[in-house]
Design a protein around this ligand. Sequence first.
Ligand code: SAM
Ligand code: SF4
Length: 335
Amino acid sequence: MSVGIRYDWQQSEIRAIYDAPFLELVYRAASVHRQYHDPKQIQVCKLISIKTGACPEDCGYCAQSSRYKTEVKPEALLDKDTVVGIARQAKVSGVSRVCMGAAWREVRDNSQFDQVLDMVKEVTSLGLEVCCTLGMLNQNQAERLEAAGLYAYNHNLDTSQEYYSTIITTRTYDDRLNTINNVRQTNVTVCSGGILGLGETAEDRVSMLHTLSNLHPHPESVPINILSKVKGTPLENQEDVPVWDVIRMIATARIIMPASDVRLSAGRAKLSQVEQALCFLVGANSIFSSDDGHMLTVTTPCPEYDADQQMMSLLGLEPRAPFVKQDLVKDKALV
Ligand code: SAM
Ligand code: SF4
């Protein structure tokens, strides 16, 4: 059965997919995955925290919020040479996408933003896809990032509209959607997903997927994070997310947004290789890997390049080259 791309998914339809008998869901998601993607290929990404800590926002999960006492020590903006050095090293290790994250509420038109634009130019010139996650931005700022060569902008919805204010009070869901819309006015691709384990219900997860899958076009990239419980944050004592829920979430995202990359992101370090293999089978086609055992800050563990290369060869997977997806999508006129 061939599945086209739809932007009119009803929440009840998504819920039915999420709740389907487990092996039915696995089979359906794996079939859709093969229709739109080369199942041997996984994109390996590297996150670089270019500006760590002291963020004024109150996101209840985040080690970088200035409101919570966590292990994270605030740092100034990294200089360009440091960032380019990490990116170069990542490229040799099979990474094709580098994501630069800043603990900012929003982008300001100042010299720090000029420095970030410079980093984007230089890392892009290494032949890597560059993604930035810098908080809220307006359309002009999105255009400046586009002019610098930015490939993707990450801005996660994190959870459902209904549950959002339980987790974050310093901005609204509409603020989030506005930034995504500002990025959409440019040729920069959109990366937006969420976190499992914030205390949300299955309906909240489905509601978030409903919002994402009704965006037209879909976000090209959908990260699925599992909460890294950070000591000192309001969510430090949340219950673990059953791996079954992680697989259901990835499978559902794959079925309703078939051409998007689904990224198995934070929390992967907690999963066994067998569990990760199931995630890849149902459509996850990207991982974050690191040189130092953490993803963004010291509070988020992340498997290292060598361990991931070993797992990928065990599973017969290969790292995807940069910009391949763009060409594939154009060739097949999928969007
Ligand atoms: N300040 C920017 C923003 O919020 O958009 C960018 C940086 S923020 C660290 C990027 C994303 O990381 C968040 O949207 C969230 O989804 C994810 N994240 C942060 N802390 C996390 C945690 N403890 N566990 C899982 N995901 C987390
Ligand atoms: Fe700041 Fe982003 Fe962390 Fe929220 S998720 S506290 S905006 S760094």
